[in-house]
Design a binder for this molecule. Sequence first.
Ligand code: WTA
Length: 632
Amino acid sequence: MQDGVVTLDHKSVYRPSEEVIARARIKDWDALSAYAAENPLAFWAERAEELEWFKRWDQVLDDSNKPFFKWFVGGKFNIVHNALDRHLTTWRRNKVAYIWQGEDFSERMIAYGELHREVSKFANVLKSLGVQKGDRVTIYMGRVIELPVAMLACARIGAVHSVVYGGFSVEALRGRIADSQSKIVVTCDGAYVNGKVVELKQIVDDALKPGDLPVEKVIVYRRTGREIGWVEGRDHWWHDLMAQASPNCPVEVMDAEDPLFILYTSGSTGKPKALLHTHGGYAVYTYTTLRYVFDVQDEDRYWCAADPGWITGHSYIVYAPLMNGVTSIMYEGGPSYPAPDRWWSIVEQYRVSILYCAPTAIRGFMRFGEEWPRKHDMSSLRLLGSVGEPINPEAWLWFYHNVGGGRCPIMDTWWQTETGGFMITPLPVVPLKPGSATRPFFGIKAEVVDDAGNPVKPNEEGYLTITVPWPGMARTIYGDPDRYVQTYWARYPGRYFTGDSARVDEDGYFWIIGRVDDVLKVSGYRLGTAEVESALVSHPAVAEAAAIGLPHEVRGNAIYTYVILRAGYEGTPELAEELRQHVAKVMGPIARPERVEFVTRLPKTRSGKIMRRVLKARALGLPEGDLTTLEE
Ligand code: WTA
């Protein structure tokens, strides 16, 4: 590898400065990597020892029932004890856990001690409403501090939270409540995003309207103060319930393998999968990865700009930062509201030292131009991070120079809802190549294979697989263990199949190419083509629909749809627009198709499966590939 600091050639290698190396917690990547590769169980047990256990585990890994691996078997634990209670006996009791800024510029700060009190009170609220260990609670809120409070309160008493991203709409929420059989929904009267109010409570009311879901109580946090609908007996104000709740609530002693949360994510069928994570292994994995990769220190001000409703927020806004005792920034609203320097003003105002975000955000900022970051003093930044989709070298370099001042290494972290935490990622001391997530984390082994499961040669494209278990892995799909096996473990026996394609270069650096299944990444959000299709088909005019992703400059992918109309409907531009809005209303604005095209036929296999790759090739003017299975 040749040296090539601060040049605009994206083939260069960006080596850490002396200063970065001097302050890095892990200085010798190679030595620790070799140690963890040879002694993975010892490595993970040592990490687990950094956390507090009510009872130590008997066995680090139980792999007797593959692929249902168990970690820290016999251990008694609660992640919330480690995120909150553990800090109360130290000076961190008075340390700020979250600095929050509303889109309206209002500001709140909450210390660890106070957060512990709020969480304990809300845990008592949940208990008083009959929530018990193992019960599911759906959380559908805007980006307010009460969202982590609700999550932590569930975990404190052993209830299983199911957070639904606030950008999803009626049908997506409804399906997730139905699948999880939640008796309680926690929401807000609304959320501020881009100067508008998202009517969260209204969406909850619409989702529950048919009256066939088991929801008994809806708890509403007041954020906007706007008029909302109210169902007497079912709906309760957060502040009313909290006013009566006691701040004393002992942590439930959980088994390491007890469920912590479920989080729905899109797969290749219309029904989203509920990935299940557990208290012990997930805690050890997220705690360790944040500590090593973002190298968090007590003096840092760390800002993960994701939404808590996605896995990035679960792991790296809520659990890992709190377990590490970090001060986090949380910002409620849109990135360029009211002006394209909103984020940079937050970095300057709070002296943010670590900023972790998605390539789509960076590409969006690139379009507004360098003058916006230049207005602000961002010298407090020392590390940057990227997640959610491959970062194109142009965006990497823009981020590196215009945000990081050419001084801050970029941690391009590859991982998934299923993996719980970072899997392929640099550390501050690792030399970087723009666009590569570099190498597997300590204790992780990744391999790129061909169709038959044989490792491919360097620089050849193939399927990304993981060949070892790790503590943060999802344990199953809630309610559907067969689907868990089928989706992730059946294609290449003995390997976890990621659904991504990748290549590995001559230095062992991984380059993620993208999804190979029917999952789309739109602005970093994970959506299934099948979900978009079923939203379209729910409109009376639509007989059949197909959705594909085509490259988009800012969003990474944009959704293109092909629709066959029912007899009697005419494919007018007005109807196309109506269908776009229909998808946004049913699934959420993030799923609104870029384009709806009316067709009379769709390419299908003889067994009736839509061949989306053929649609995609046609749209891009590329060769259509093997058509032997095409029906017509
Ligand atoms: C993609 C998000 C390239 C990938 C944490 C993966 C990435 C999917 C990266 C998981 C990255 C995530 N480089 N691609 N650094 N990070 N991806 O479940 O396709 O929302 O399979 O988890 O995002 O998306 P999910």
